[in-house]
Design a protein around this ligand. Structure first.
Ligand code: SAM
Length: 295
């Protein structure tokens, strides 16, 4: 009988806990996505990627123990740092007293970014940075991108898979990719392994930089209607567009094919193959059809 070899589970390299945690007598709180970035080289790389020559005011989300805050401050940034954890917040207020950092104890999702910045006594233009707690990444990106006053740039550490989706492009564009590119130009800067954090997260991470557009890259009459069409297209990503659209959005029976043809898009293509300009044409063709039916 063949002997079955049992594989030992691979041990991930475990970095030592930052001494501040012991000094403060606290533990990393999983429920708040607390994974502290302790690798100095990675911290420096992130701070160097911040376009601080264009905006010195920075809104930092989730400063934790203040490691990234410190690097950004060393490069000349004026920082409003928003931290939800009361104990960490009190620590940060002591640590950065009298420096170019204002610490705001709040949930970063409770107010638009410019309002959070104002609570730190700062005003636009500004950039945003942070090693984001992964459980709020999607919602926070959306709030920041759709805000009336947007940051000029965002430099965020996110889950690697999310980073790849943010920078995706045709023929593998994701819904998140379309949404981000509507507001900003995204770049994936570099991956970061779990061993750079304490405690190490279960997933790989990556740093992305988004530079927000000054002018919309596509001509859109109604943003909500534009995203209704995009979401409908991605509602059945494996289906051809004429099918996905007929299921996902109101049209006259059979009209999706005609609308796609009017927009100059082959109805048999799939959502992930369209670029932003094509989504813009499709949105305008839908609006024209709606107007024709209504009028
Ligand atoms: N920036 C630190 C670093 O790189 O070591 C900590 C990053 S840790 C991944 C995420 C931080 O965000 C934690 O300090 C956590 O308490 C904080 N946080 C979690 N949810 C938050 C929220 N809704 N608003 C503000 N901060 C939040």
């Amino acid at each position: 009988m063949p002997v079955r070899k049992t594989r030992r589970p691979q041990r991930r390299p475990q970095p030592p806990p930052p001494p501040e945690l012991r000094e403060l007598g606290i533990r990393a709180r999983k429920s708040l996505g607390q994974h502290f970035l302790t690798d100095r080289e990675v911290l420096e790389r992130i701070a160097l990627a911040a376009p601080l020559s264009s905006t010195q005011a920075v809104l930092e989300i989730g400063p934790g123990l203040g490691f990234l805050t410190e690097e950004l401050e060393a490069r000349g940034a004026h920082i409003t740092a928003v931290e939800i954890d009361d104990e960490l917040c009190a620590h940060l207020q002591r640590r950065f007293e009298g420096r170019r950092v204002r610490v705001v104890c709040a949930d970063a999702l409770e107010a638009p970014p410019a309002e959070l910045l104002a609570r730190g006594g700062m005003a636009p233009p500004f950039g945003a940075a942070g090693n984001l707690p992964y459980y709020i990444t999607g919602l926070l990106l959306r709030r920041f991108l759709e805000a009336e006053t947007r940051p000029d740039w965002m430099l965020f550490m996110v889950q690697r898979e999310v980073a790849e989706s943010i920078v995706s492009s045709p023929p593998r564009m994701s819904l998140l990719g379309v949404s981000v590119r509507f507001y900003a130009e995204p770049e994936l800067l570099f991956p970061v392994p779990p061993s750079a954090f304490y405690p190490p997260p279960a997933v790989d991470s990556a740093v992305v930089r988004l530079r927000t557009h000054k002018n919309a890259p596509v001509d859109v009459t109604d943003e909500k209607a534009f995203f209704d069409v995009v979401r409908a297209g991605f509602s059945a990503p494996r289906k051809q567009l004429h099918n996905a659209l007929s299921r996902g959005i109101w049209t006259e029976p059979g009209a999706a094919t005609t609308i796609l043809e009017r927009a100059g898009i082959d109805p048999m293509r799939r959502a992930q193959t369209l670029d932003l300009a094509e989504w813009g044409r499709l949105h305008r063709a839908f609006e024209a059809q709606r107007a024709a039916v209504a009028g």
